[in-house]
Write a protein that binds this ligand. Structure first.
Ligand code: 5RP
Length: 265
């Protein structure tokens, strides 16, 4: 592997083989998402606890201090909105020159397997990988489902992840589901767990992240369940303990309660 690509991946995936990515890219189709109205302020207290942030170039340039040293994964797909006709009609939004100029560690791109725009998003992923590989930039593919959240089962996600890897993604981000091992076992590149809408209880969140890691995910790329939490710093530190310190669900839950007492809302 090229030195540059190796170096970028080593900044994202820590020495223990695990990672905690924090997405703040939701505005690219959702607009000012709750608690992400001012992304720079939302993310500031969380930066010391994440291994990378996932962000568009617009928010990166306008809200993140260029002196920041937290690695960046740049979201380079988009072109739709939550009120538009079809969320799957995405394409590449950012040139490779811009990616290099912004000195990012990876780029992220959504694919919509089984949707009207499946072919377009898959071919764009393939083209992005071609360009990015030329410059040693890893591509993280995102298996997106748009509004069809019910699609998220092991059979569908294993198919989408495998296709992303076959087209050259270096990392695949996908949803947690029952039988998560089926996804990891069928995907030849590292898998990170996406969050999805905020879950009903904190315990549920700790349980699915723990389960996914036990079943072979290398980490998470989880946003709303962290920064929409009443206690975002306590939550990210707790998830860090599961990912980087092998904490069990009970240990993590005890830590969360302890940290919550010490953290202002
Ligand atoms: C938005 C994304 C996000 O990166 C991803 O959904 C993770 O964020 P969350 O945990 O809030 O779902 O791809 O399209």
């Amino acid at each position: 592997m090229d030195w540059g690509k190796k170096n970028r991946l080593s900044r994202l995936i820590q020495k223990d083989g695990h990672c905690l990515f924090l997405p703040i890219d939701h505005g690219y189709f959702q607009g000012p998402t709750t608690k992400l109205e001012k992304p720079g302020e939302t993310v500031k207290p969380l930066l010391p606890y994440c291994d990378a942030i996932f962000v568009t170039r617009g928010v990166l340039r306008s809200c993140i201090d260029p002196n920041n040293t937290t690695p960046i994964i740049l979201r380079v797909s988009g072109g739709t909105s939550i009120i538009g006709e079809d969320l799957s009609n995405e394409d590449i939004t950012t040139s490779i020159k811009e990616v290099i100029r912004l000195n990012v560690c990876a780029v992220g791109f959504s694919i919509y397997v089984g949707s009207k725009y499946e072919h377009q998003t898959l071919m764009s992923l393939a083209r992005l990988v071609d360009k990015a590989e030329e410059y040693g930039i890893p591509v993280m593919a995102v298996t997106a489902v748009g509004k069809e959240l019910e699609k998220r089962d092991a059979r569908y996600l294993a198919l989408a992840c495998r296709i992303a890897a076959e087209l050259g993604a270096s990392i695949v981000k996908t949803y947690w589901c029952e039988n998560f091992e089926k996804i990891v076992n069928g995907c030849p590149v590292p898998v990170v767990i996406a969050g999805g809408p905020k879950v009903d209880s904190e315990l549920q969140l700790l349980e699915f992240v723990y389960d996914g890691i036990q079943k072979g995910a290398i980490g998470i790329n989880l946003g709303r369940n962290i920064w929409q939490s009443e206690h975002p710093v306590a939550m990210i530190r707790t998830l860090r303990a599961i990912i980087h310190e092998n904490a069990t669900v009970k240990e993590a839950n005890d830590l969360l309660e302890k940290l919550k007492k010490g953290e202002k809302k």
